[in-house]
Design a protein around this ligand. Structure first.
Ligand code: NAD
Length: 347
């Protein structure tokens, strides 16, 4: 599948990397800086570099693995390298990695010389179905994602073969976002995932490919209609307001997708009281079947209190994405007392 539009060229295929050379050629970059982390660099850099085929014009820049890599110090090191190695405005920064690499690379590409070419090769399931699409980037600074910009890549190459080397918990991390799409906008997709849980967990190539394509399409559709998150795009935050709070309170020991999984269940519980949502059981069952958590030991009062710091609250009140039924959600501001009341009997 190839999509073209204001989010750049997006190629989702089993062998999408075969398009890399022509996509780079189209930009005709002066130099190419491939940003990756140690894990991904070790496994995939050589192949990607060969596919670009520009010899010494291609350089590797490795950042720290995990959330620590998304820091101001990484951004500074990158800016410095670009200046020292005489990168120009006609150079390309290529993110090869998960959401961490994508976010920091996009941020640096958007700010260096007021913006140079940027492209993405997402290598985690989460990055393929979510973070590489839509143009949001950022670094952590006195809080997660506090500094960042909107900046669309010229192209995004989603090659499902990267998923083969992904550790199991990283795979499940992305699956939480996959299930999210079903709940927020497509009942049939939710049912499809339910019917294919076992096959998906085995990473069967064809089904996985179909699922990733479907998610990319849904994200492109939503973001194209609301690039700056003024309205519709907010529905992508389903489970995330609770989720971010859980991540923070666990000191990021609970992974994003796992926290979102628990967050989606909490949002469903609140929705029961506010929108009359009746399918919390179905959501919990699917998450459990997939191997995702649905409960947390963290105190609910603390989670709700922490949520008030969320930067997605526009006027200081907590905005929640609440399902009305599977496949349909709305964004509502809900008072703390109502949230706590809805959750008081547990999940
Ligand atoms: N910009 C957005 O719209 C957006 C959306 C969602 C999440 N995010 C951000 O994404 C980040 C999380 O991204 P993530 O879950 O991809 O985590 P990540 O980038 O930290 O990658 C997870 C781990 O998997 C390893 N890895 C990546 N690809 C691999 C592969 N193919 N084989 C083996 N190992 C591999 C990495 O080295 C890392 O250790 C967070 O910082 C989050 O804020 C951004």
């Amino acid at each position: 599948m190839i999509l073209e539009g204001k989010l750049g060229h997006i190629i989702v295929e089993r062998n999408a990397l075969s398009h890399l050379k022509e996509e780079v050629k189209r930009l005709n970059p002066f130099k190419v800086c491939v940003v990756t982390d140690r894990n991904v660099g070790k496994i995939w850099f050589e192949e990607v570099s060969k596919k670009i085929g520009l010899g010494e014009k291609v350089e590797k820049f490795e950042i720290e693995n995990g959330e620590k890599g998304k820091s101001l110090s990484t951004a500074k090191r990158l800016w410095k390298k670009l200046i020292e190695e005489k990168y120009t405005r006609k150079s390309l920064m290529l993110a090869l990695g998960g959401g961490v690499v994508g976010d920091v690379t996009g941020f640096v590409a958007s700010t260096f010389m007021r913006g140079i070419y940027f492209a993405q090769i997402p290598t985690t399931l989460l990055a393929q179905v979510d973070s590489s699409i839509g143009g949001k980037n950022g670094i952590n600074f006195h809080g997660k994602n506090m500094i960042g910009t909107f900046y669309q890549p010229s192209f995004t190459i989603v090659d499902t073969k990267f998923i083969e080397t992904l550790p199991e918990d990283e795979f499940l991390n992305g699956m939480a976002e996959v299930i999210k799409y079903g709940i927020i906008c497509d009942r049939k997709f939710f049912d499809f995932i339910e019917e294919n849980v076992e096959v998906l967990r085995k990473r069967e190539a064809k089904v996985l490919q179909d699922v990733i394509e479907k998610c990319v399409k849904m994200k492109v559709d939503i973001v194209s209609r609301d690039e700056r998150e003024e309205g519709l795009r907010r529905i992508l935050n389903f489970g995330h307001t609770f989720g971010h709070s859980i991540e923070r309170l666990s000191n990021y020991r609970i992974k994003h997708g796992f926290a979102v999984s628990i967050g989606m269940v909490l949002a469903c519980k609140v929705a029961e009281k506010i929108t009359g949502f009746e399918q919390t059981r179905d959501v919990i069952e699917l998450l459990k079947k997939m191997g995702l958590p649905t409960l947390t030991k963290i105190n609910l009062y603390r989670i709700v209190e922490e949520m008030e710091k969320d930067k997605k609250a526009w006027y200081g009140r907590t905005a929640l994405v609440l399902p009305e039924e599977i496949g349909k959600v709305s964004v509502l501001e809900v008072e703390r007392e109502k949230i706590l009341d809805a959750l008081k009997n547990g999940v």
